[in-house]
Design a protein around this ligand. Structure first.
Ligand SMILES: *Cc1c(COP(=O)(O)O)cnc(C)c1O
Length: 478
């Protein structure tokens, strides 16, 4: 394929859009410019391939396809069947999974599908059993009442938010926190690491229906073999949400005890983070949960997005190529180089380093909140996000941490030498930023001062770092 083809494809697409609503075409063009110019260290973001992006922009978007491959509630789904079956096959082969369901629209939706499947599989509810075999009309009012009571208030044990867990693992701002009786496991205050003995103790006391593994902001490997043993010891279903690190599993950086797929009953993920696919979600599971998982739409999901499933098939095919394993390893090499560079300059890192794609800086050592640090870095052309650290004294809004991740910059081709320079830029900004005060003289958690000339200078240096590694080098819109 010629490089020219990518340029022509996107240029032509914009020309067609511009003829209808030029402001949308302009915004799409401006977004490319912004993404090209910023040093993107957001751990959950990446850059999908042109083939993946293009697979989404077409008439598959016009098709309704409720149901599953070969069993649709709409006629004329043969081409949707082709792409959905392909995406599922690539997913099963890539991850060594018994079953893959590629319809979820996002990671949160994938988790809702998993929760439903586990509840339907595990909760002893005669009324639910009747409903499952489609004797819905035979259910009495009392049956429905019992069904709601039996499905509600089931127990979930997951990683605490400030240790790096995710909202969807039973926390109040998400529906999971309202549906489930939740308890969480944290990390050891001294090491920052998961203490598996404490998890086992919590499981013994709490007897959860679901044990959840997985995280958004934990910079270390997780031993899924041990978590499965803990789940088995209390009869829990073991679910892993690998939304953040699916690319490291796909690229065989996480194998053996650290690969969740052979150990978990059910695994959920996004497809757009380290996996580098389109914005979407996916569920992998053991055969006994497959039927319930496949009811995802319309049980909890809206109609499938065939254009996104087409893009998932493309991205998963890319992830099965040998160069993806090389990419995954470089993500981790880069994160470790970034961590080493920060540590050498005196930063404090949660757990003292990383063995995945992310690094969590405790910025209280710089006298800043996460919010001040995030904004000062942004002023300097460095895009990160603030994040709680374990036992965070500043809460979930201001926080005391900065989360940085390497999947996106690694896609652009930056390597360990550039990570050390990135560490220098970050450290310089954080040491030169000072916390501000409120009008009454008390310390502010949001205000800060950073010399504007210094911020500009850092931003220019960030741009220089990116210059040899253009984003989508083949695409020229002008
Ligand atoms: C990002 C993330 C999600 C949510 O994914 P969306 O696609 O934004 O819905 C769920 N779980 C974990 C662990 C995540 O990191």
């Amino acid at each position: 394929m010629s490089h020219n083809a990518e340029s022509t494809a996107f240029r032509s697409a914009l020309e067609v859009i511009r003829a209808v609503e030029p402001r949308v075409a302009d915004a799409i063009g401006a977004e490319l410019t912004d993404q090209r110019e910023s040093l993107k260290l957001i751990a959950s973001e990446n850059y999908a391939s042109p083939a993946t992006l293009l697979a989404m922009g077409n008439w598959f978007s016009d098709k309704y396809a409720e149901g599953t491959v070969g069993r649709r509630f709409y006629a004329g789904c043969q081409n949707v069947d082709t792409v959905e079956a392909l995406a599922a096959e690539h997913a099963r082969e890539l991850f060594g999974a018994a079953h893959a369901y590629v319809q979820p629209h996002s990671g949160i939706d994938a988790n809702l599908v998993a929760f439903w499947a586990i509840l339907a599989d595990r909760v002893e509810s005669p009324a639910l059993k009747k409903a499952q075999v489609r004797q819905v009309n035979d259910l009495t009012e009392a049956d429905w009442f019992a069904l709601r009571r039996e499905l509600g208030n089931q127990r979930m044990l997951g990683m605490s938010l400030d240790a790096g867990g995710h909202l969807t693992h039973g926390f109040r701002p998400n529906i999971s926190g309202k549906m489930f009786d939740q308890r969480s496991y944290g990390t050891d205050p001294a090491t920052g690491l998961i203490d598996y003995d404490r998890v086992a103790e919590a499981a013994r006391e709490f007897k959860p229906l679901i044990l959840v593994g997985g995280y958004s902001a934990y910079p270390r490997k997780v031993n899924f073999r041990i978590l499965r043993e803990i789940a088995d010891s209390v009869g829990a279903t073991f679910m892993v949400d690998m939304a953040h690190f699916a690319g490291l599993v796909a690229g065989k950086v996480f194998t053996g005890d650290f690969d969740p797929v052979p150990h978990a009953h059910i695994v959920t993920t996004t497809t757009h983070k380290s996996l580098r696919g389109p914005r979407g979600g996916m569920v992998l599971c053991q055969p006994e949960l497959a039927d319930q998982v496949d009811r995802g739409c319309p049980m909890v999901l809206g109609g499938p997005l065939p254009h996104v499933m087409a893009a998932k098939a493309v991205a998963l095919a890319e992830a099965r190529r040998p160069d993806f394993a090389d990419y995954a390893q470089r993500i981790v090499d880069n994160a470790q180089a970034l961590a080493d560079g920060l540590l050498r300059r005196g930063a404090t890192l949660v757990t003292g380093g990383t063995d995945n794609h992310l690094v969590l800086i405790d910025v209280s050592g710089y006298g800043l909140t996460g919010r001040q640090a995030e904004q000062a870095l942004l002023d300097s052309g460095i895009v990160t996000n603030r994040n709680s650290v374990p036992q965070d004294p500043n809460g979930a809004w201001y926080t005391s941490g900065i989360r940085i991740g390497t999947p996106a910059l690694t896609t652009r081709g930056l390597g360990t030498a550039e990570m050390d320079q990135t560490a220098e830029l970050i450290h310089t900004v954080l040491t030169q930023t000072t916390a501000g005060a409120n009008a009454d003289g008390t310390p502010s958690k949001a205000k800060y001062t950073l010399d504007a000339d210094l911020a500009d200078k850092i931003a220019r240096q960030a741009t220089d770092l990116l210059a040899p590694h253009p984003l989508y080098p083949a695409i020229n819109l002008t």
